[in-house]
Design a protein around this ligand. Sequence first.
Ligand SMILES: Cc1cc2nc3c(=O)[nH]c(=O)nc-3n(C[C@H](O)[C@H](O)[C@H](O)COP(=O)(O)O)c2cc1C
Length: 351
Amino acid sequence: MLPKSEIPILQGPMLGASTPDMVVAASLAGGIGSLGAAGYAPGALTEAITGIRQRVGGKPFLINLFVLEPARPDAAALANAMRQLAPWRAELGLAEQAIPNKWAEDFAAQFDVLVETAPPIASFTFGILSAEQCARLKARGIAVVGTATTVAEARAWAEIGADAICASGFESGGHRGTFLKPVEESLVGVVSLVPAIRAATGLPVIAAGGIMEGRSIAAMLQLGAEAVQMGTAFLLAEESAISAPWRAELKGKDADATRLTRAFSGRYARGLENRFLREMADKEIPPYPIQNALTQELRAASARAGRSEMLSLWAGQGVHAIREGRTTDLVRIFWDEARAAMRDTLARFDP
Ligand SMILES: Cc1cc2nc3c(=O)[nH]c(=O)nc-3n(C[C@H](O)[C@H](O)[C@H](O)COP(=O)(O)O)c2cc1C
């Protein structure tokens, strides 16, 4: 069962942006804070979960992981990818690239930490658990949320015993969670996805994608969503970990400023268009997590240099409505706006 919160708003898990401070603030405000923990080594993950639990005083919070198989890079594809990145590295003054000693954190070890530490909610993206893994989590009292970008993916999560589905519309910032069909066949808008998944699975649905303020929260609840998950709306929060050039780029954008790209990580993700995204568009890119690991130093160096051209500037289609503030205030403001929006709609048509 999905734990209830006072406010049906999840601050979305965001690897590279969400922080334990943000999670605690969102949960204490009455919403549900979520930590994007896919990049956490097992020891750091244990520490983060234990620390958040101590600070939220019994309120629900969520830990999110990427379901990944161990990477097996193809030697020729790897050499080509490194060659393509060489001029970008040179531009930032980085030394010749060494093959990373780790492509990604070990999902099996991270999963064991979840079972041991038992956070109230765990959500997953990029793939699906086995029924046995899902049962192990549920036996520890952990509510399991599966990310779906299509109705078929939602059905697959329902079959393995998930407690709820995060319906991720194509509007969403960050990586697509798609795991059954090619991304091109899995681009469904959140308005279509939420009621369709609700009807197909009967499970509680968490609506994600382009939700930036009270009116869209109200609309999703009207469509039958149990709660909303907002990512981009928290990127400029005080507790967000994003770099200064990324922060600067997020301000003053239009709704059509984002693109889907594989250039940074090897997996489709939505972010603001920049030079790297444009110039790498026609290149052969190795799959996630290979390209992600290969561009890691480049992205970090770009951020340090205060340059946004080589940064992955993840953002959703609602970026034009982004606001700054403290996470606590944002959660409360969004919910006040949603309640006002529901009242206003009734007053307009049923005075
Ligand atoms: C910078 C960024 C990082 C993200 N990282 C994750 C992640 O680690 N795991 C995950 O399940 N979703 C991730 N997401 C998706 C969000 O949790 C959320 O579902 C999405 O942002 C909703 O769409 P919106 O950005 O239009 O609000 C990320 C989104 C952004 C913008």
